[in-house]
Design a protein around this ligand. Sequence first.
Ligand code: BEZ
Length: 211
Amino acid sequence: MALRLGDVVPDFTAETTQGTIKFHEWLGESWGILFSHPKDFTPVCTTELGTMAKMADAFKQRNVKVLAVSVDPLDSHKGWIHDINETQQCTVSYPIIADPDRKVANLYDMIHPNALDNMTVRSVFVIGPDKKLKLSLTYPASTGRNFDEILRVIDSLQLTAKYKVATPANWKDGEDCIITPAVTDPEVPALFPKGHRVIKPYLRYTPQPNR
Ligand code: BEZ
């Protein structure tokens, strides 16, 4: 069955380009991203892994560990990393799982027979420090992912985990947030000392609490 938001994500042990990883143990107290690729030595995947490599510091600053998975074997991954570094002018510093028997791909339901019967689709799983699934995205093989969007969602997830706010459409770090409906009007001044504005009783904005 497909994973649902709030589920504890499946644990696994896998061979990666940086040695054997026991997934939950490797995550520790960190946030995590597990993202899949249809196949090594394919053009869109090459740009995606390069983009992620160049954004590695941004994920690290947010305490997010990054792990990629592709159904090809370790030797293939090592040759491909060389190509990615060369063509995308980057250094891939995160591990890539070798999943030739599709153990991880099947565990996370990354093989979609209606799209591709022998490759993973472009899945992204964002996992919280509690090992629970916070976001999942599925893209078709023909569309490269927007990693700025993944970073944006992580900013929102980390903010809303700490404060009683939600983030509006197209929100970016630093912009005003929405006070969650569960907060009553009398509670607002103490919880949001930076102020607030009421557009409708159900639509109340406040400056981002941690900025
Ligand atoms: C790619 O990464 O370029 C790709 C992979 C599978 C199908 C289509 C494109």
